[in-house]
Design a binder for this molecule. Sequence first.
Ligand code: SF4
Length: 330
Amino acid sequence: MNKAEELDKYGYIAEHIDPTLDLFEEIDRLKKEKNAIILAHYYQDPDIQDIADYIGDSLGLSQEAAKTEADIIVFAGVHFMAETAKILSPSKKVLLPDLKAGCSLADSCPPHLFKKFKEKYPDHLVITYVNCTAELKALSDIVCTSTNAVQIVESLPKDQKIIFGPDKNLGSWVAKKTGRDLVLWNGACMVHEIFSQEKITKLKERHPKAKFIAHPECEEPVLAMADYIGSTTGLLKYTISSEAEEFIVATESGIIHQMEKANPGKVFIPAPPNNLCACNDCPYMKRNTLEKLYLCLKNEIPEVSVASDIIEKARLPIERMLEISAKMGL
Ligand code: SF4
């Protein structure tokens, strides 16, 4: 099997790694040697978070990707995030430890279908959540994140008609918060739709002093139970400013690593999902491992590329988001 076939089949190039190597030291050495930067999403494994130069959510990572001076960006996240980095830094080499680190939410909105959907609403402006493909961003007027979605919508005139995609749960929450009537695309994230109201209710009964905090990608009935709703960064900040000692956390479980680091002594309980394995890990995010990260930095493969016409079209809505966010001090 040649390298292209191997990448196509597995998403990464498997190679024997000397078991005596200290991967943390090796990654650090390669990073300096190649002038590379590692950006990691909060949903990555703790080891990857600990070796990253920047850890954040979609907005923070986009901002970092836009200003980095590095020659190589290793994006420890999922494919659409690496695409965003490529759109903002087209001359840089963007690597993703596993090319098959995709996203169920991005997959729930195929660009050719969204294009037809958009044609039904010619006088509407299109706002898309950053968790979507580069092609979808290229069909949008403004991109947003869960941190700034409400403010982006509020920055537009009240009579402006808006299509919001691809996440229907985030869209409904934004519509409720802003009082706007948004046309929603029917997409969702499999991780955030998995939480069980019944199990959360029981957990709250067992931990009556715990604050229940949730990401706006969760379904409305789960959000209705929350003491606080916010982006991943918003949730992290809330755990720091809150006087509560216990938190039930309804989002991907990777964020708990940073919550524990920032709040020694406080207790974080992952909200229980509906499934039997009782895990709410994102299977796409968790495809990345320290070993794959090391190999991709060493061999500079897999690389994420985006067609130049898509880069041009997708850059504008991301830049609009970054401008609005900067104006609002987000
Ligand atoms: S948690 Fe959901 S939205 Fe985030 S990468 Fe995984 S599937 Fe996509």
